[in-house]
Structures are given as C-alpha cells and as structure tokens.
Design a protein around this ligand. Structure first.
Ligand code: PMP
Length: 360
C-alpha cells in the first residue's frame, strides 16, 4: 500500500478475471466468450463507422441504440439505461440504488464475484445468503420479513458460475415480498435457453433487469450492456452517470450494437448453435465420469469424483486449454467450462480423456 492511497482503496479486493494468456493454438474456454464472431452486419457497420467522423464526440443520447434495445425487449426508450458493458451498468446500480446507508444488499454465496467487489468498492453492506446444497436459490431466504428492509437484492439468472436458472414464479415471489427493495436480475446468460424477467417490468417498479451484448451477441470486445427498469429508476441511473462520464459509449460501440440488435436471424441461429453444443458437451463430460450441474448458460460446471479440479485445470493448461477454476469454498471441486464450437469441445474432451487416463 502506498502512503498516498486512501484508506478506502487499501481495503478493496479487486475482481480477478479469467486468465488472458497468449499461446499458440490456445483454446480459451475460461471467460464465457462466444465461440463464433459477431453478426457480419455488425462488423460491416463498424467498418463503415471508422471514418474521419471519429473526430466528433459520440451521440450523447445514443438514441438509436436505446431505441433498438427498447424495440428488442418491447419496452420504451425511457426504460433503457446504457453502459460500457454490464459491469459498468452494475456500478451505477450500486451507487444510485444500493448505497442507502446501513441497509444491506442480499446476494447468494455463489454468484458473480463482481457483486461483492462492488459492495466493498461502494461501501454497501453485503448480506450473503448461502445457496442450498444443490446450488439452487432458496426463495424463502429472500421473502421473509426483516426489521430493516434490504436496499437491494441481486442475483444472476441463470446463475454464474453454476448456470442454474431460477423460475419466474420464484422471482415474482421475491419482487412482491420486497416492494421497498430494488431487485436486480442479471441476465448476462439468459439468451442460451433461460427465461427473461423483462415481462415482469410492467408489474413491478422495483425490478431492474441487466443484460449484456458480450455473451450471446459475441461482442465482449465492444463493451455494451444495459439495464431495463421503470423510467423512475432509469432517471436515478442517468443522474449518477451524468455526474461521472456523460457519454454512454463510443461511436463504434453504438453503431456495432445497433446493427447486431437488428440481425435477429443471426443471433437466434448462433444462440441455438451454442445450446446444441452445450447439450452435446454435457453428455460427453458425463461419459467421461463428470457430474454436471443443470446449466442454461453458455458454460457448464462440472466435477469429477476421482480427480481434483485444480489438477485437471493445470493438466488442461499444459494441453493449451484454459478453463476456469474457483479457489472458493463449496465449488473448489468444480471446473467452469465455456461451451465452444463442436470442434473445440471435441478437442477439450480428447484432452480430458488423456488426462483422466481413459481410452477413446
Ligand atoms: N454479469 C455476469 C453474471 C457475468 O458473468 C459477466 C461477465 N463476466 C458480467 C455481468 C459482465 O459482462 P460485461 O461487462 O462484459 O457486460
């Protein structure tokens, strides 16, 4: 720690993303990126936007993108908040909606680790609620009356890194039992067979749905995420954003995201390809002796009863394959494997077969 640091910064525990190493013939299945590229129409729009006009500031309102997001989700443009990736959107949610004195934020013990990172960054007390033994979320833990209503509840649906989905009935139960609490449903992986809560926005003004273009739209490098919520909540988020950096995102990102959102046929085809590959990979991993959690995301959480997860991860690394291992209680026996193309999954399974000492 430097003598010039603030005490606040000294106490932070930063988020550590999956490894980003560069190796020949590297197969990266550790950060849930899409195995295929973005829509060719998005790439063309990006190429066309790379002109002298980049000397101009981007559109402040990003109206075209806001309209495209609204259109895709059947909401109005004033129900949309845009950010540089959903991580930035989450940061604004924490400071605009969760930072409410001593009231805590409820979140599961096994979930996207950025939530606790932001709790420590923004000084929001975290009330961490363990998932059940089978890693499902117990709604009863979120609906019981507390003397102090939480400022917020946040979870991912499907959850990460388990991939396990939560039903809309359960989400509705949480929303209706907590009218004075902002309930954030992070739908980063919802397009791979999950069920979106967007339809509940009409009924619940305490709901915020967050989505990203990083996963199902294969645009992680562009950094585009958004929140969908009541106009009132969106205004709170805009107020925080305007005091910070009033441009929602750069010109290239706006243009590429709009073109991607308009290419529905490509999007649906590519999501289905990942879903199909996931189901095949699940069967192949089970064949190899793994137990696999019931994921509706573009990754699988798998554990082998006879081999340590850390050992398999290290051995795969020597085969040039990266998968994610969490040194975290309850899941330290699991590997999180991003679903690749069928060819990539076959390479993974071949390596696993060798590592586990099985013949083909
Ligand atoms: N939410 C969850 C659950 C995630 O796994 C991720 C990706 N690591 C994000 C949000 C952030 O995604 P992005 O900032 O790329 O939109």
């Amino acid at each position: 720690m430097s003598r010039l640091w603030s005490d606040h910064v000294a106490g932070l525990s930063p988020y550590v993303p999956g490894e980003q190493v560069k190796l020949d013939n590297l197969l990266k299945l550790n950060t849930n990126e899409h195995p295929y590229g973005p829509s060719p129409k998005a790439l063309e729009a990006i190429r066309q936007a790379a002109t002298d006009n980049l000397r101009l500031y981007p559109s402040y309102s990003a109206q075209e993108l806001r309209d495209a997001v609204a259109h895709n989700h059947g909401v109005n443009a004033n129900n949309v908040f845009l950010g540089n990736g959903s991580d930035e959107v989450l940061a604004h949610v924490f400071s605009a909606l969760f930072l409410r004195g001593v009231r805590p934020v409820l979140l599961p013990d096994i979930t996207y680790s950025f939530y606790t990172t932001y709790c420590s960054y923004f000084g929001v007390p975290a009330d961490i609620v363990p998932l059940r033994e089978d890693f499902t979320l117990n709604v009863q833990d979120y609906v019981r009356k507390r003397s102090l209503p939480p400022a917020g509840i946040i979870f991912a649906n499907p959850n990460a890194p388990t991939g396990i989905p939560l039903s809309l009935e359960d989400i509705e139960a949480i929303l209706s039992a907590n009218p004075d609490t902002t309930v954030v449903v992070d739908e980063a992986y919802v397009d791979f067979g999950g069920t979106s809560s967007v339809g509940l926005l009409e009924k619940y003004d305490n709901l915020v749905v967050i989505q990203t273009m990083s996963k199902s739209r294969a645009l992680a490098g562009l950094r585009v995420g958004y929140a969908l919520a009541s106009a009132d909540i969106i205004q709170a988020l805009e107020r925080v954003k305007d005091s910070f950096n009033s441009y929602p995102m750069d010109t290239i990102a706006q243009v590429g995201a709009v073109a991607s959102l308009k290419d529905t046929a490509y999007f649906e085809r590519q999501c289905q390809a990942v879903i199909d590959a996931r189901e095949q990979l699940r069967a192949d991993l089970q064949q190899l002796g793994f137990e696999v959690l019931p994921s509706k995301a573009n990754f699988l959480m798998a554990t082998h009863p006879k081999h340590s997860a850390a050992g398999i991860q290290q051995a795969l690394r020597e085969h040039g394959i990266l998968v994610r291992y969490f040194r975290q209680p309850r899941i330290e026996q699991y590997l999180r494997i991003t679903v690749g193309s069928p060819e990539q999954c076959a390479r993974l399974c071949n390596s696993l077969r060798q590592i586990l000492g099985q013949s083909a």
